[in-house]
Write a protein that binds this ligand. Structure first.
Ligand SMILES: [Fe+2]
Length: 283
């Protein structure tokens, strides 16, 4: 199965393009909408690069898959859907995340049933992509609505494991849960050693290339799994989370991403506004 991976250095995020060679049907996982926070300006160069490649490769986009409601980048799902078609998909548990943030943003007219997305997916469901099958794995912990997508011997794991030398995803956002994350990590480790685990982020040191993929065998040595079991991991995760600041883009990202990447409607002057709630998140 061909996989093209794109790294957005501003948010340290990976987007993956996968396709079935025979039918030319494709799926994009976790597309990024560029956002210059200082100027509050959106742009689509990262997504447009993938759209161009999709066209060059003669692919037809069938799915735009989100592993979760990202807190570090805005989703380009709707931008891509507008240009290429395809169905947006996310966890059927997305309403839990929407409800957790409904009051934070006071979004009165926001539906909290996940209906902004075309497909709400559950554990064990399968999507056809030509001759490929995409199996849905629920891997909560970072958020309650985190999915991994298994295609053949590859799994696109969202925010669960990061690179083995970097660690694991934080579990302190609303609805996050360190014990659930531990169980999700163990579940991913239950697959064959050679299974490729495609990452959602990497944070390389200056001059180093980002690592987009790992294997189950490599993740057995993940630096956050060096203790003896669940309790050690949960303690380490909670200690580390207590020291982390909120991601720079969490407020713009979450309010857009829980609406499938739809930007707020323009007001009567033609300008759209994002909300910055005071004293609602973090410490
Ligand atoms: Fe995330």
């Amino acid at each position: 199965m061909p996989v093209n991976t794109y790294f957005d250095p501003e948010t340290s995020s990976f987007t993956h393009l996968v396709w079935d060679d025979s039918s030319r049907l494709a799926a994009i996982i976790d597309p990024v909408l560029n956002f210059n926070y200082r100027a509050a300006r959106t742009s689509s160069q990262s997504a447009d690069l993938i759209i161009d490649e999709l066209k060059q490769l003669g692919l037809e986009l069938k799915y735009i898959l989100e592993t979760h409601a990202h807190a570090d980048h805005l989703s380009a799902a709707l931008h891509i859907k507008k240009h290429c078609g395809g169905q947006t998909a996310v966890s059927a548990n997305m309403p839990q995340v929407q409800r957790a943030f409904e009051n934070v943003f006071n979004l009165d007219d926001m539906a909290t049933d996940g209906s902004q997305f075309d497909l709400l997916l559950r554990e064990g469901e399968r999507l056809n992509l030509g001759e490929l099958e995409i199996e849905i794995l629920e891997t909560p912990g970072h958020t309650p609505a985190c999915l991994s997508y298994k295609i053949g011997t590859a799994i696109f794991i969202g925010d669960t494991f990061f690179a083995p030398t970097y660690g694991t995803a934080r579990a302190d956002f609303p609805g996050g849960d360190a014990p659930a994350l531990y169980n999700s990590l163990q579940r991913l480790l239950s697959f064959d050693d050679a299974t490729r685990l495609y990452l959602c982020h990497d944070y390389p040191k200056p001059g180093e290339a980002p690592q987009a993929v790992s294997t189950v065998a490599e993740q057995r040595n993940n630096i956050h799994l060096q203790g003896t079991g669940a309790d050690d991991f949960i303690q380490l995760r909670r200690q580390r989370d207590a020291q982390l600041d909120m991601p720079a883009l969490i407020l713009p990202a979450i309010q857009v991403n829980i609406c499938a990447g739809e930007l707020p409607r323009a007001e009567d002057n033609g300008t759209a506004y994002l909300k910055i709630p005071l004293n609602q998140i973090g410490k």
